[in-house]
Write a protein that binds this ligand. Structure first.
Ligand code: AMP
Ligand code: MG
Length: 410
């Protein structure tokens, strides 16, 4: 038996970063930027008002107070998106809205709240009383204060989140070069399987793995290519696998343990370059990995929970690596156990648990029955408690590491 780390290392050593594509920026969410992006413009392009108020020369209002305001002549008004054709000369002010470019001559903006505008009845105003002095530059956003023209804004290798998509938009970049998403072919194997839109004959079960796996592929940024079901028959498995040869990765479920009908491993063996492992973990002991026609093939065990957990541990990092991501580790927290777990055979256990925050710590409680066929135990869990191989027993109150299946915003 090999460890989880060894198995992961072997998988990742056969996975390459994919090639690049250029796309509209909104479609790039979650992908990794494959170019250095320099800004062709200053952002903001011009000095502008950070508040609604009056554009003035700060020196004109030195000594102004509530009880002795300084009065300036109002010579115009400017709103966002337009440029004032007037100049603020000594003793004058231009009424200005947030985002409007600062008129020539002005160096500061005094907020409405620091003027007597609210007390005045006439419209438009001929004069405005300024109720306090302000430092030069007050409430002015400088041209280029966010991004200077020519600046390296985003580096090659940056994963694009909503904020990076916004930054690209702010410099007028409509398309970007990113590492493309992997196409992941998904094949379920088993004589017992029936597609979910069919009646369920006696002795059969619905093919749920193709759906949980396809959803996991989508969640981590890949494009699922669902190939359906292959019976436990070498020719049928081989024929279906041929359909996967244009994909970037093939994931099968089932057929990798030691039963008479576990034929995926035989088919793989025929194609060469194959590793079968029993991985020192629970659930998910049997795992196959190999290259078929140059396509990496990960053979997950059939039990629905094992399939999902081995996906998280091995397929997820493979997908992330293909997408050019560097951080392949699943987020984890340290939590205090509220249940106990026995580890009888020296494997690494991944136990389904609910993690919640209480005061300044996380608490983890098991979701109930932990059989690898109990898929609802995944549905009620938000984390996987790790029991290391060399720990025979985790007791209530012990601190454990928990891989987070999701965070609260998901
Ligand atoms: P296997 O790894 O092929 O021996 O499958 C182990 C068990 O997992 C089977 O007996 C089924 O109960 C279950 N199983 C296998 N494939 C699927 C699937 N696609 N959807 C749901 N359950 C499955
Ligand atoms: Mg099977």
């Amino acid at each position: 038996m090999i460890s989880v780390e060894e198995a992961l290392e072997k998988v990742l050593s056969n996975i390459q970063v994919l090639d690049r594509e250029e796309k509209p920026i909104l479609q790039c969410l979650g992908q990794v930027l494959d170019e250095d992006v320099h800004s062709p413009i200053d952002v903001p392009p011009l000095d502008n008002a950070a508040m609604d108020g009056y554009a003035i020369r700060a020196e004109d209002v030195t000594g102004a107070t509530n009880s002795s305001p300084i009065y300036l002549d109002v010579i115009g008004e400017v709103s966002a998106g337009t440029i004032s054709d007037k100049e603020v000369e000594p003793g004058t002010a231009i009424r200005i809205m947030t985002g409007a470019p600062l008129p020539r001559g002005a160096d500061s903006v005094v907020r409405f709240e620091d003027t007597d505008e609210a007390q005045r009845r006439e419209h438009p105003l001929a004069q405005i009383g300024i109720l306090c002095q302000i430092p030069k530059g007050q409430n002015v956003r400088r041209a280029g204060e966010d991004i200077a023209r020519g600046q390296l804004v985003l580096k090659r290798g940056t994963p694009l989140r909503p904020q990076e998509i916004g930054v690209l938009a702010s410099i007028g970049k409509a398309k970007a070069w990113v590492i493309r998403r992997p196409v992941v072919a998904i094949l379920a194997t088993g004589n017992e399987l029936v597609e979910i839109d069919q009646p369920l004959p006696p002795g059969k079960i619905y093919n749920s793995n193709s759906f949980s796996i396809a959803a996991q592929v989508l969640r981590y940024g890949g494009i699922p290519q669902v190939l359906g079901i292959a019976r436990d028959q070498a020719q049928e498995i081989e024929a279906k696998i041929k359909e996967a040869l244009s994909a970037d990765m093939l994931i099968t479920s089932g057929g990798v343990s030691v039963g008479d009908y576990d034929l995926v491993k035989d088919v793989l063996a025929k194609q060469g370059q194959v590793s079968f492992w029993t991985v020192r973990m629970k659930p998910g002991k049997p795992l196959a990995f190999g290259m078929i026609g140059g396509v990496p093939h990960l053979g997950l065990p059939g039990n629905p929970v094992s399939s999902m957990i081995t996906f998280e541990l091995f397929a997820r990092p493979a997908i992330l690596k293909m997408m050019g991501k560097k951080n392949l580790a699943k987020p984890s927290v340290r939590a205090t156990m509220e249940s106990s777990i026995k580890n009888t055979d020296g494997r690494r256990i991944f136990a389904r648990a609910v993690v919640r925050r209480e005061d300044d710590r996380y608490l983890a409680q098991l979701t109930g029955p932990q059989g690898s066929g109990i898929l609802t135990s995944m549905a009620s869990a938000n984390g996987l408690v790790i029991v290391p191989e060399d720990v025979a027993m985790v007791r209530e109150g012990d601190t454990v590491e928990v891989l987070m299946l999701d965070w609260s915003e998901e």
